[in-house]
Design a binder for this molecule. Structure first.
Ligand code: ZN
Length: 226
């Protein structure tokens, strides 16, 4: 998936809020298939993806300690709870693996020991790129199955997985309808600092940034270096 092109396109269009709907495996007994999770942490286990916009001419180190927008995450949580008929988990760590193959049992058990809660393949690098583009970004994670650590007597069938997937898609659509009506018109008034994520992160002195890099990254850093 061309995450960089997608986030760049959203930024170019003036988008401020980005919601990702992500199918995940559960690493916890209490997060059952069809449950929803609004994660608050990420663990990066990807290895061959381009995870930054900046490739030279300028050095940028963004804070990523809190990888998701707290304002958008709260709105997603509130909207998900309003559905009333779906279990929603507040917070949790999403481990993003490289894929496309799923985990081995050893990996799955290690993630559980490290207190990860859900596992997926899509949150990164888009969360990092959204931060570099100063977009508010949060995730609705929909559990489709228990990851391979889970020993169950129930046989997983294609029908079951498809059934969970369709229910998750339906629930995600209902949340998006609700949250769309709650998005603040003005990001300035919000508690999150996503729109200023690049302030004090550009390590290269503006005078030393080559004209080519200034032009290339103007959409992202133009207002900080002019
Ligand atoms: Zn934000």
């Amino acid at each position: 998936m061309p995450s960089r092109a997608n986030i760049w396109a959203l930024k170019s269009l003036g988008v401020e809020w980005v919601i990702s709907v992500s199918a995940v495996g559960s690493l916890r007994e209490n997060i059952a298939p069809r449950d929803l999770v609004i994660p608050d942490q990420l663990f990066d286990r990807t290895k061959s993806r381009v995870n930054s916009f900046y490739e030279g001419g300028v050095v940028v180190h963004c804070s990523f300690a809190e990888p998701f927008c707290p304002t958008l995450s709260s709105l997603l949580l509130e909207s998900a709870r309003e559905l009333g008929d779906v279990k929603v988990h507040q917070g949790g760590t999403y481990v993003c693996m490289e894929g496309p193959l799923f985990s081995t049992k050893a990996e799955s058990n290690v993630y559980r020991k490290l207190e990860m809660d859900i596992i997926g393949m899509t949150a990164l690098p888009e969360a990092k790129l959204a931060r570099e583009a100063e977009l508010c970004y949060a995730i609705i994670a929909c559990a489709t199955d228990y990851d391979c650590w889970y020993e169950s007597e129930e046989t997983v069938s294609v029908d079951m997985v498809i059934g969970n997937l369709s229910a998750n898609i339906e629930n995600a659509k209902r949340i998006l309808q609700k949250v769309a009506q709650k998005l603040p018109a003005d990001r300035h008034a919000q508690e999150c600092t996503c729109e200023h994520a690049l302030a004090s992160t550009i390590m290269t002195a503006p005078a030393l940034i080559p004209a080519e890099a200034k032009e290339k990254y103007n959409l992202l850093i133009g207002r900080y270096i002019s």
